[in-house]
Design a protein around this ligand. Structure first.
Ligand SMILES: CC(C)(COP(=O)(O)OP(=O)(O)OC[C@H]1O[C@@H](n2cnc3c(N)ncnc32)[C@H](O)[C@@H]1OP(=O)(O)O)[C@@H](O)C(=O)NCCC(=O)NCCS
Length: 335
């Protein structure tokens, strides 16, 4: 057995072979390679630290104590060891799903989605080469949040952050009109900036980015809201809700159109070239290069009452394309 000891820092561990098998077998396999690390930094204590320092924060938050914990591990055993440590932590968290789920009071449809996601995550853990699941990677952050249950699966392409809140600074970034609209929404509709659910696209699930899946995800979120009266609504920040998108990528018009016709409001955040708009679409890349499209992020806020009213309408009527009026004049026009 090639056990890695403290002091053998930064030893490459890519020799750890993929080990499909039960959670326990996979965990034991990883533990054997780093027994000293797991003795010195027990997973139970790490999970307690995570719970105590950030379970009410957004999925991208890591407390200073948590970052210090990572740094100690990396200093002694290297980055790859930290990745293995997190894989074992995820296995433990999935094993403890039921106990951790109690406080969230999930409906059955969400519990089923958790188990589907866990099957995908277990495969990544057991068979993904070391180096493909680093703790700072976006796929890891979303999967780790599902395992910790700081996020829940919404179905389709989305995971939903439990504990988000929108930043009030955007009130001051879009002129007087934006200030007044956002202040009104903040004071009278959401009555605060947190907690709101927040949807995020998971890259590994992006084939589920469809109108039907999104609608089903919104309905699951409403089901969760009904069980959690403290949730003030839903918010998101994305280039997908730019009012120019229906012109640039007409296929994506539903992303903004349906919520907007049902009480969701949008606020300009700023230019977002690195945010993914240019990754998949040759059309958007071409328009960007021709100076006809500039990826721009928008904050969306769908207050609880409006979203619940939409859900009541949509579950009692078949879908009809909405009529919308955009608040924000497009800043450039794609041809
Ligand atoms: C967000 C995302 C999942 C949306 O994917 P999507 O619903 O397939 O829509 P896109 O417009 O991005 O599709 C990209 C390409 O896929 C193809 N495509 C998508 N849907 C298609 C369909 N129904 N039929 C044929 N081709 C299709 C097209 O070639 C399109 O390129 P084009 O614009 O040049 O025609 C995808 O753009 C993505 O993963 N982006 C990177 C990450 C990101 O931005 N995440 C969101 C952060 S807020």
């Amino acid at each position: 057995m090639n056990t890695v000891k403290a002091g053998a820092a930064h030893t490459a561990v890519t020799s750890i072979a993929p080990v499909p098998g039960s959670r326990r077998a996979v965990s034991d396999h990883f533990r054997e390679h780093f027994s000293a690390m797991f003795d010195e930094y027990p997973i139970d204590s790490y999970i307690r630290l995570l719970d105590e320092t950030g379970s009410d924060k957004s999925m991208y938050y890591s407390a200073p104590e948590v970052r210090a914990h990572w740094q100690s591990i990396v200093a002694k055993w290297g980055d790859e060891a930290l990745e293995i440590y997190h894989r074992v932590t995820m296995l433990e968290l999935m094993q403890g799903f039921e106990a951790r789920a109690v406080k969230h009071n999930y409906p059955n449809s969400i519990i089923q989605l958790f188990h589907q996601n866990f099957a995908r995550i277990e495969k990544n853990i057991a068979t993904g080469p070391v180096g493909t699941y680093p703790h700072h990677g976006d796929n890891f952050i979303k999967d780790f949040s599902l395992c910790r249950q700081t996020a829940f699966p919404g179905g389709g392409a989305w995971v939903v952050d439990h504990a988000g809140g929108f930043s009030r600074k955007f009130m001051f970034q879009g002129g007087l009109g934006q200030f007044l609209r956002m202040a009104r929404l903040y004071l009278f509709a959401t009555r605060g900036h947190r907690p709101l659910y927040s949807m995020h696209i998971h890259n590994e699930l992006s084939q589920g980015h469809t109108l039907e899946e999104r609608q089903a995800c919104h309905l699951r979120i409403v089901e969760m809201m009904a069980r959690h009266p403290e949730i003030k609504g839903m918010y998101g920040i994305s280039w997908l809700t730019d009012p120019l998108i229906p012109k640039v990528s007409p296929r994506l018009r539903w992303v903004r159109e349906i919520p907007e016709a049902n009480g969701c409001e949008y606020f300009r955040v700023g230019i977002d070239i690195e945010g993914g708009a240019l990754t998949r679409s040759t059309t958007r890349r071409r328009l960007f290069e021709e100076g006809k499209y500039m990826p721009t992020k928008y904050l969306s806020i769908w207050p609880r009452k409006k979203m619940m009213a939409w859900a009541r309408r949509v579950t009692s009527q078949p879908y009809a394309p909405p009529r919308v009026k955009h608040h924000i004049a497009p800043t450039s026009v794609a041809k």
